[in-house]
Ligand binder design. Structure first.
Ligand code: HEM
Ligand SMILES: *[C@@H]1O[C@H](CO)[C@@H](O)[C@H](O)[C@H]1NC(C)=O
Ligand SMILES: *[C@@H]1O[C@H](CO)[C@@H](O)[C@H](O)[C@H]1NC(C)=O
Length: 326
């Protein structure tokens, strides 16, 4: 081999490396699918004006996508005869909403620019749009994610359960490259949406398995929740019952932090932010300044949306978000 061949192969190798580590980029589709972001926006708006709760569902979908195998659209893949997918795990299951919005956006994008826009990017755009529609502060979405080909229910152990305390939750977020402060900022998303009663009913009826009520819950709030989440004679709770996350479930604002201070939050993982002086001081900061929270939330969402992304030639652009390309 002469020197120039060695040099050429070196350069080739380097260009592959650049491809592999290619960063996401705002306006990624401007030359390949100019209307990509506006098509997603239109579909999110249509769904939102029929059912405002869809916005919360879309924000959570992006979070759950990113925490399991990175933001690669793996949450959208349907189970098959031989595989139970992420969406059919207990952590997701019936609590997911907004999946049809992604399908509709994808169908239009395939009709307009076939094989160009990834499902993972559609989720990222939709989460931003959902935040803006609920009067939060939007952000420019770095794009260019590619879709993964694997979705395993077993990997949803990476999703935090609502029974976690602050240290457990912080450790999980740190493993995903997010700080405790970023976790607290992102948790402000719990100012929108709903929860199924079964996600927190142990706090009402079965605290520490003693058939009592969580003493950290504001008693009036506990009465309110019990009225919405009654037990039947056998002590079971209808798995379809839901409660709003707070008093303004369609409004992205800092009310979540005020609710924490008043012990009026549904999950142990929310209440637990009261239990540590560092997290409590951040809760106080965001409770007292909505703009501060909105600005920081937008930044933290950008960071969340870059976890473990596939770029360049990795993965694929799925033609149907529910199935990998054959
Ligand atoms: C310690 C971390 C977290 C825990 C334990 C947690 C847990 C939960 C649970 C149990 C639900 C209710 C699901 C149901 O029963 O319907 C929920 C809903 C929700 N979560 Fe989280 N979450 C966490 C962090 C986040 C983050 C980081 C975001 C977004 C950035 C987020 C956004 C949402 C939204 C928007 C909803 C409402 C969904 C809807 O209305 O359809 N959560 N969360
Ligand atoms: C009470 O909680 C324990 C675990 O904490 C659980 O195994 C049990 O099924 C719960 N009981 C009811 C009635 O929900
Ligand atoms: C609220 O936060 C914003 C943005 O961080 C900051 O510019 C503003 O000075 C803060 N307002 C108060 C009253 O602290």
């Amino acid at each position: 081999m002469n020197l120039s061949v060695i040099f050429a192969s070196f350069m080739l190798l380097m260009s592959f490396r650049v491809l592999e580590t290619q960063q996401l980029e705002v306006g990624f589709y401007k030359t390949t699918c100019f209307s990509a972001e506006s098509i997603v926006r239109q579909e999110v708006e249509k769904a939102f004006f029929l059912n405002r709760g869809i916005a919360a569902g879309l924000i959570r979908l992006h979070f759950h996508d990113c925490f399991v195998r990175g933001c690669d659209g793996s949450i959208l893949i349907d189970s098959t005869a031989s595989n139970v997918a992420e969406k059919d795990s207990p952590a997701n299951g019936i609590s997911l909403r907004g999946l049809e919005v992604i399908d509709r956006a994808k169908a239009r994008l395939e009709a307009t620019c076939k094989g160009v826009v990834s499902c993972a990017d559609i989720l990222a755009f939709a989460a931003r749009d959902a935040t803006e529609l609920t009067r939060g502060m939007g952000w420019s979405v770095p794009a260019g994610r590619r879709d993964g080909r694997v979705s395993l229910a077993a990997e949803t152990v990476d999703l935090p359960p609502p029974t976690f305390n602050v240290d457990q939750a912080t450790q999980l977020f740190m493993r995903k490259g997010l700080s405790q402060e970023e976790m607290i900022i992102l948790l402000g998303a719990h100012s929108v949406g709903r929860s199924h009663c079964t996600s927190f009913s142990d706090r009402l009826y079965n605290f520490s398995q003693t058939s009592s009520q969580d003493p950290s819950l504001d008693p009036r709030f506990a009465r309110f929740l019990k009225a919405l989440c009654p037990q039947d004679r056998q002590g079971n709770i209808n798995p379809n019952l839901v409660v709003p996350m707070n008093g303004s479930p369609n409004l992205q604002d800092n009310s979540y932090y005020a609710d924490i201070l008043k012990h009026r939050v549904v999950f142990t993982s929310d209440e637990t932010l009261n239990s540590n002086s560092e997290t409590l001081s951040l809760v106080n900061e965001y409770a007292s300044n909505n703009t501060d929270w909105l600005v920081n939330f937008a930044q933290a969402m950008v960071k969340l949306s870059m976890i473990g992304v596939l770029t360049g030639t990795a993965g694929e652009i799925r033609s149907n978000c529910r199935v990998t390309n054959s």
